[in-house]
Design a protein around this ligand. Structure first.
Ligand code: GS8
Length: 219
């Protein structure tokens, strides 16, 4: 009999962190399985044969892949705790839009910094700051992206905060100078137990990236 809930993950993954935060917010118990992405388990290959990527949530033997889809699934299945997505269809569409923006405009650009060649970092860092400023505008004066309560866009974005130190160090800039309200928001999120226990430490991320860059002779 398959265990009820298993998360195939990798500790430093911002995508995996989303799933962990969502599960922690809903206070759901699950089995965490760390994957070695250089030597993927048979289970990962079977459960996510299309992308072969973590995170994968396995619920009663059935896999759910793609972090944003996992977060929505958790929200839909465990309804006894506060919802991540608003009920109003327009507000819901807006939350999905900004989570998608985080994937396309923060995740991709961030990748061009931490795994990019020196000359690429300069270009990507400017784009990253512009995109973070857009998010800061959306946040406005609110405590969280959805208003007073921690929700969908917060879960999509906050894992990237543990990568900011790496982006900043490689790109020689400070997000706090460019986007002070966004950093105040990140500190607010990090005070939540669900976030604090689910995110990697910025130094762990940085050490991993330095090793990676050394291996690929990126500097
Ligand atoms: C991205 C997952 C991903 O990139 C999501 O879940 O939102 N769109 C997906 N996972 C990476 C690790 S985190 O950088 C991964 O599993 N990579 C393995 C590989 O590419 O072989």
């Amino acid at each position: 009999m398959a265990k009820e809930l298993i998360l195939l993950d990798e500790w430093l993954s911002m995508f995996g962190m989303r799933a962990r935060i969502a599960l922690a917010e809903k206070e759901i118990e699950y089995e965490y399985r760390e994957e070695d992405l250089d030597n993927k388990s048979q289970m990962l290959l079977q459960m996510n044969p299309i992308h072969k990527k973590i995170p994968v949530l396995i619920h009663n033997g059935k896999p759910i892949a793609e972090s944003i889809i996992i977060v929505e699934y958790i929200d839909e299945v465990w309804k006894d705790k506060a919802p991540f997505l608003p009920s109003d269809p327009y507000q819901k569409a807006q939350a999905r839009f900004w989570a998608d923006f985080v994937n396309k405009k923060i995740g991709d650009v961030g990748g061009r910094i931490w795994a990019g060649k020196r000359e690429e970092i300069e270009v990507a860092k400017k784009e990253l700051v512009e995109n973070l400023k857009e998010l800061e505008k959306v946040l406005g004066e609110k405590a969280y992206f959805g208003g007073d309560t921690f929700g969908f866009v917060d879960i999509a974005l906050i894992p990237f905060h543990s990568w900011f130190y790496t982006y900043e160090t490689l790109g020689d800039f400070k997000v706090e100078i460019e986007c002070p309200k966004l950093i105040a928001w990140a500190k607010r999120c990090n005070q939540r137990e669900s976030v604090a226990k689910s995110v990697a430490h910025e130094n762990e991320v940085y050490d991993f990236v330095l090793q990676y860059r050394k291996k690929l002779h990126l500097d």
